[in-house]
Design a protein around this ligand. Structure first.
Ligand code: F6R
Length: 610
């Protein structure tokens, strides 16, 4: 997803911008650009492709101390130089970078006078021309931005410079993330904290429809109407080291190995001695939670898969009906919501637009549902929207494909299920204590799974040339199959379909032929024997079976060509263990295929468009 960085200070700004853009690379992008404010104009360079392409063409950059930079993930218009940001106005004195989508850009463009020449296919460029018109009418850059954004529909985070106002960046947001930062001598703006962490730890989170004027050593925040606002200051206590690879070949491998800690941190000091769940923020009372008669879980991709696990856990432990929705679909059907409905938004970033909008829809005055958000980024948009927040404390996840935050989400959701069970009295306190103890032991069980890393990797390397995979699971093993297939697709570009084991005979089995690889999640649980029957059905048609099976389970191993051994735990917690084998299986295939596992093609870490 697009990334923004900007800095106004006393020092040469080019290296600061390039470092910031490097820190944003993990978000995924397909072009990059910068604009530097010089005395009378704006100097701009843009390149499609990786950041290195841009770095190769900035040798002749003028000395400048104020500038903005951008990594673009194409939405309107392909990834070309002309569509890359920053975009300029007709005079070349205004430059704008933008994340998000300006939905009414065609109407806004139609309203521009005939003198304006547009040079890109983007929705963004119209902003530069609108600002140009406002400046021509005598406005300052800040007034011009405020006036333009009042006319814009859609979601955005923007930053703009004007050659006529040296040492000033004006930035604003609605729906897309944006933070500002400050040192004694410089002002900074970025879409994400790592982009400016090399410069400052003092950050200010902006709210929707706020505009920040960034100058060397100072920030001024206003509403779109120009009223002064005091932004909330936050000190960031994690450092750049935490976002580095820490000796591993790539972030993905590092983050897979951080999973025991991510789960342990998420569980730490969560259950109070009286059995209450410690949430990071809540305005919900116990009575309100006790009155909940239905739960909806919404999320996208990997977060959706964690939500599926929660459905099994909440229904089983708390005996509450749970519906689970892909967030992008939720608000377009007519879900029946009311104040006794709990909507749980699950998101690593807390910024995915689809999930964010699903959460807003749930909380809207018409629906009035209670909103609990589980996310990994403190003060994210979703966290600020929620009635209650449970942060997964997995630390920054840099690899585009989620791993450690997925396990942390599962841990957080299991806790929620047990808390609801305690509130509703569906389990005896002793049962809850025993389950919580098992949950607390999960990091150790995950460590034991990681000890099988070599076996998982070796198994993966056997299938480097296979094009099509099927992943099967039953019960709580089905979300594991879905997540295993998603990981393989994302990072190795193999085709992988996931099905509940019992569903194959209703159609997909037609695709099974000698040599088809079927990865079966076959750890012990209520449906184990049924899963073994499903494996038999695949074997009978010549499939090669890779089985995720419990350590020492010879019965299952006897049905498989390759075994990925995992330690056993409570069935409903087992997804957090079993998926580790599939993450490393996918990783090995992707590496052997020479793929960039940290930044797979076409993917973005945080998807802030609909
Ligand atoms: C998969 C992956 C994506 C995200 C999805 C939701 O590895 O990372 O499927 O899970 O885009 O993102 P968040 O969790 O940030 O809402």
């Amino acid at each position: 997803m697009c990334g923004i960085v900007g800095c106004a200070g006393p020092e040469p700004v080019l290296p600061i911008l390039l470092e910031g853009l490097t820190r944003l690379e993990y978000r995924g992008y397909d072009s990059a650009g910068i604009a530097l404010q010089t005395g009378s104009a704006v100097w701009r360079r843009r390149r499609p492709g990786k950041l290195a392409e841009l770095v190769a063409v900035v040798d002749d950059a003028p000395e400048a101390t104020t500038g903005i930079g951008h990594t673009r993930w194409a939405t309107h218009g392909g990834p070309s130089e002309s569509n890359a940001h920053p975009h300029t106005d007709c005079t070349g004195r205004v430059a704008v970078v933008h994340n998000g989508i300006i939905e009414n850009y065609l109407a806004l463009a139609a309203g521009l006078g005939p003198s304006h020449e547009r040079t890109s296919q983007t929705d963004t460029e119209v902003l530069a021309h609108l600002v140009e018109d406002e400046l021509a009418g005598g406005s300052s850059l800040a007034d011009a931005v405020r006036a333009c954004l009042a006319r814009v529909e859609g979601s955005f985070a923007i930053a703009a410079v004007n050659a006529g106002e040296p040492g000033l960046i004006v930035a604003a947001r609605r729906g897309s993330p944006l933070i500002a930062g400050r040192t004694e001598t410089s002002g900074l703006v970025a879409s994400d904290i790592p982009a400016i962490l090399g410069q400052t730890r003092e950050v200010y989170v902006l709210d929707d429809d706020q505009v920040v004027e960034v100058r060397p050593g100072s920030l001024r925040v206003t509403t779109l109407a120009g009223e002064e606002v005091t932004p909330v200051r936050r000190r960031v206590d994690w450092d750049l080291e935490a976002a580095e690879k820490g000796g591993y070949e790539d972030f993905m491998l590092k983050e897979i190995h951080e999973q025991p800690q991510a789960v342990a941190e998420t569980l730490r000091e969560r259950l109070l001695p009286d059995g209450r769940l410690h949430l990071d923020a809540t305005t919900l009372t116990e009575d309100q939670l006790r009155a909940v008669d239905k739960v909806f879980v919404v999320g996208c991709g990997t977060s959706y898969h964690a939500g599926l696990v929660a459905k099994y856990a909440i229904e089983h432990f708390a005996r509450l009906p749970v519906e689970i929705d892909v967030a992008s679909e939720f608000r377009y059907r007519d879900p029946v919501l009311d104040p006794n409905t709990l909507v749980v938004g699950v998101s690593q970033s807390g910024e995915s637009l689809d999930t964010m909008e699903a959460c807003r829809f749930a909380k809207s005055p018409t629906n009035k549902a209670r909103l609990l958000v589980i996310c990994n980024v403190v003060d994210s948009s979703m966290a600020r929207e929620a009635d209650a927040v449970l942060y997964t404390r997995a630390g920054p996840e840099v690899c585009v494909a989620s791993t450690k935050t997925h396990l942390a989400q599962i841990a957080g959701l299991e806790l929620l299920a047990l808390y609801l069970a305690q509130l509703r009295g569906t389990l005896y306190p002793l049962e809850i204590h025993a389950l919580v103890d098992t949950l607390r032991g999960l990091p150790t069980v995950i460590e034991r799974a990681l000890a099988h890393e070599d076996e998982y990797m070796e198994a993966g390397r056997r299938f480097v040339d296979v094009r099509d995979f099927f992943f099967l699971g039953r019960g709580v093993g089905f979300p594991v199959a879905l997540e295993g297939a998603l990981k393989l697709k994302e990072i190795s570009y193999a085709r992988a379909e996931a099905y509940p084991g019992g569903e194959m005979k209703h159609g997909p089995i037609a695709l099974i032929e000698p040599g088809t690889v079927v990865v079966a999640v076959a750890t012990r649980g209520r449906l184990h024997s049924k899963m073994l029957s499903n494996i038999q059905e695949m074997r009978a048609r010549g499939a090669t079976i890779v089985a995720v099976a419990n350590e020492g389970d010879d019965e299952t191993a006897a049905q498989a060509d390759v075994v990925l051994p995992v330690p056993a735990t409570h069935e409903l917690f087992s997804p957090a263990v079993d998926v580790v084998a599939l993450q490393l299986f996918a990783y090995a295939i992707a590496k052997a295929r020479g793929c960039d596992v940290d930044q797979p093609r076409n993917l973005a870490k945080t998807v802030t468009v609909e």
